[in-house]
Write a protein that binds this ligand. Structure first.
Ligand SMILES: Nc1ncnc2c1ncn2[C@@H]1O[C@H](COP(=O)(O)OP(=O)(O)OP(=O)(O)O)[C@@H](O)[C@H]1O
Ligand SMILES: [Mg+2]
Length: 250
């Protein structure tokens, strides 16, 4: 089966800095790929390049059998790719429901249909009770979850999540993990998940890609990556590796 997403030799330069430096990887349909690495590794830049917000200096992005390198974000979104943003600031006077409806309008022009669909999505993300609140009244973590609802409203084949668990408490992380699994299983959405919350990314992901200084330093199964000396050195640290080994052993 061909890959849903195929990134080849992707390079993005800011002045003298190679934020993405020859990155290559694929994501198969139905997979969950975790994307980890230290601050400034180039994870968000990679999302910007894949989704059309940045134009890479070199390399290609193929999605669903087409070369999408350099296409504008709205065209890529229409093809079935959606994302959330690491820094999400809700503006204006929209309610939670109206914010979720924005995504649905990419698939229907009918406000009543968009409203029904948005309510359904808010429901399974556990946000139904907040539907009529102004989104700016929610804490940042709640706003990010609404952004996830908006992204789902576009009915994506591929969904890119940039640190949606940041700022959540352990209970909320568990709920979010269930919601992401639900999206993946019931709707067949393929996912790339950037996350610093290790229990979330290591539990959810089929495979993990590790970036450091713009380059891929490792990729593989979560347990392989967690034991990789280069990953431990660059990002995870000895303490995490020891804890992960302990938890993973029978
Ligand atoms: N628009 C920009 N102009 C100049 N430099 C940038 C720009 N965007 C990102 N960078 C730099 O590129 C590097 C990669 O940044 P990026 O935001 O992709 O990292 P990240 O892996 O997402 O980090 P974090 O975990 O902190 O979110 C950093 O050194 C950052 O300062
Ligand atoms: Mg980032």
């Amino acid at each position: 089966m061909p890959a849903l997403l195929e990134v080849t030799d992707l390079t993005k330069v800011f002045g003298g800095l190679r934020a993405n430096d020859g990155i290559s990887f694929t994501v198969g349909a139905g997979e969950i790929l975790g994307l980890i690495g230290p601050n400034g590794a180039g994870k968000t830049t990679l999302f910007h390049c894949i989704t059309g917000f940045h134009r890479p200096e070199r390399g290609t992005v193929r999605f669903d059998g087409r070369d999408i390198t350099g296409l504008p974000p709205h065209r890529i979104a229409r093809m079935g790719m959606a994302r959330t943003f690491q820094t999400y600031v809700a503006g204006g006077d929209l309610t939670v429901l109206e914010t979720a409806m924005v995504g649905c309008f990419s698939r229907t022009a009918s406000p009543s249909r968009a409203r029904i669909r948005a309510r359904e999505i808010l429901g399974f993300l556990g946000l139904a009770d907040l539907a009529d609140l102004p989104i700016r009244d929610l804490p940042v973590a709640g706003q990010k979850r609404v952004a996830l609802a908006t992204a789902l409203g576009t009915e994506p084949k591929l969904l890119l999540l940039d640190e949606v668990a940041a700022g959540l408490n352990p209970g909320e992380i568990g709920e979010l993990m269930d919601a992401i699994r639900h999206v993946h299983e019931e709707r067949g959405v393929t996912l790339i998940v950037i996350e610093h919350v290790m229990e979330l990314v290591m539990n959810l992901s089929d495979r993990v890609l590790v970036l450091d200084s713009g380059r891929v330093i490792a990729q593989g199964l979560p347990q392989e990556v967690a034991h990789d000396p280069a990953v431990i050195r660059a990002y995870l640290g000895e303490k995490y590796a020891a804890r992960y080994l302990e938890e993973a052993s029978p």
